[in-house]
Write a protein that binds this ligand. Sequence first.
Ligand code: ME8
Length: 480
Amino acid sequence: MSEKKPFYITTPIFYPNAKLHLGHAYTTTLSDIIARYHRLVGDHVYFLTGSDENTQKMVDSAVKEGKEPLVFLDGIVENFASLYKGLDISYDQFIRTTDQKKHWPGAQALWQKLVAAGDIYKKAYEGLYCVGHEAFITEKDLVDGKCPDHGTVPEFIKEENYFFRLSKYAPQIQEKIETDEFRIVPESRKHEILSFIQNEGLEDVSFSRPRKAAWPQGLGIPVPGDDSQVMYVWCDALANYVTALGYGQDEVLYKEFWPANVHVIGKDILRFHAAIWPGMLLSAGVPLPKSLLVHGFITSGGKKMSKTLGNIIDPEELIEEYGGEAVRYFLARHITPFEDGDITRESFKEIYNANLANGLGNLSARIMTLAEKHLDVGTRPEPAGFEEEYTHALESFEVHKALDFVFTKVQALDRTITETEPFKLIKTEPEQAKKIIFDLTQELYSIARMLNPFMPETSEKIKAAVVANKKPENLFARKD
Ligand code: ME8
């Protein structure tokens, strides 16, 4: 066990039925910033991400492309990896739920705990199943007979399934959320789930499906003791947060890192994470995660990104043109995590030019050109702690506020240069001018340190330039 404070952070495991878009990139980047911040302040961080593979919609997509599902999956997972490389995502593990060595036995061990608690029972069931949601939906959710989110007609399903006794845990879940023992951030999402539990209650959930003969061998985790059934995909998927740590098997990581400090998710999957997941954990006698960070949705031009509207922004295209660091910057500063946020190619370009190319990039070049010319040696500033405003923002997941704080410093330095004109002063008062330039380099170094979680490469380049007393290489050179 490490002496450092453990910090376990997770992203949702995304469905690999299509390429990831900017919304997925947002969740992962936000998580990465929080992970990097905790490493920076000395915590022992474990950062988990992955893919949710045992799903009908994945099989449907594979069939559409005429590929074997498992071959199709490998291709998509490669796309996840290349996007994460482009965004410099510092994950420690990528879990795939088709992993039969670690994930399956772990999920089965968890299932058996629910059985032992008397919380799994068999029931004949009929209902409407939306493949897009991977969940049952009710008649009253439909618009013109279709699921309003996916525009598809749900399947009518009549079968015998295993159910999970979620209703039993409603009072306990409610209490843990109310008291912040299981903290839901922001408050508005906490109220949303609490009023859902109060008004509608929590019903038992269908937790298995009959194995489909057509599915490729292996798809879906067999229900322990009943091979004719596979686990419901959300039961399987949620388990990833503990199976990745070796739950039920080799528990070294599990012992150090569970309970998770934070699961980062989008608002669409709040109920699964704030009701079903804590219910499963309570039933299994496993501690609940400490917090759930629920962010809003990214829209483009005020509208949900969609193929038909033609407003999908492919994160890889942005990375190709502007670099991963600029994309990270935009997502961190110009999207507020607790609300929906908008991006268009135009707004991205404008902000890139104003704040990065002409802002931070220009400032670093100006200061270091002066330093290179007038100071004898570079300096290695003593690492100091971080200012309260910065740490507070990051501890409370308000990453945009932390970056606002850093950029206020960027502007302040720009002003200092304009007001003191060290490039002129050097001719009349060289010592005073050198002192000003020296102080500017120290401030720049401190800005670079604070940029580490947001733009790790830019942060390193600026720090190295200050230490070497040299103008940094072109920081924000856009490829047209
Ligand atoms: O729900 N803006 O996977 P998924 C911001 N496999 N974030 C967005 C977004 C948008 N427009 N669109 C998607 C699943 N997201 C399950 C998760 S976890 C045990 C299982 C992000 O591929 C956001 O994080 O549909 C959202 O919650 C997630 O992608 C949904 O990903």
